[in-house]
Design a protein around this ligand. Structure first.
Ligand code: SF4
Ligand code: SF4
Length: 113
């Protein structure tokens, strides 16, 4: 039986994202994007709660994100995952990342293709 090729994606545990933008810069440098072009962009969300405001940062991959195919085909991690200061980004098969989500609240899963 032919082995199905896994569909891969990025899991981001935004509960721990500090908004440091290292992933943004690492992606720009890896792909030589000029100023103003991004493979991933940090968004800021301010939520009102009973006891005050909460600020969350959420990195959002753009249409330029190709999951660092040139790195991952050699067994490496995507540049953003490698350089995430908070170690809150994961790369892998979507099915495995979805299982990881069940145990981690405040996560988002991106699967561009
Ligand atoms: S996986 Fe690669 S292309 Fe996609 S956002 Fe991360 S560094 Fe950029
Ligand atoms: S490098 Fe990690 S902690 Fe920093 S903004 Fe990106 S996802 Fe958040």
């Amino acid at each position: 039986m032919a082995k199905e090729s896994a569909r891969n994606g990025l899991l981001i545990d935004y509960n721990y994202c500090t908004g440091c933008r290292s992933c943004e810069i690492a992606c720009q440098q890896e792909h030589h994007y000029p100023a103003g072009q991004f493979g991933i962009k940090i968004t800021e969300h301010v939520l009102e709660k009973k006891n005050g405001l909460s600020i969350y940062y959420l990195p959002f991959p753009t249409d330029l994100c190709n999951l660092c195919a040139h790195r991952t085909k050699e067994g490496g991690k995507p540049s953003c995952v490698k350089h995430c200061q908070a170690r809150c980004m994961y790369y892998g098969p979507v099915s495995e990342l979805a299982k990881q989500m069940e145990a981690q609240p405040k996560t988002v899963l991106y699967a561009p293709e």
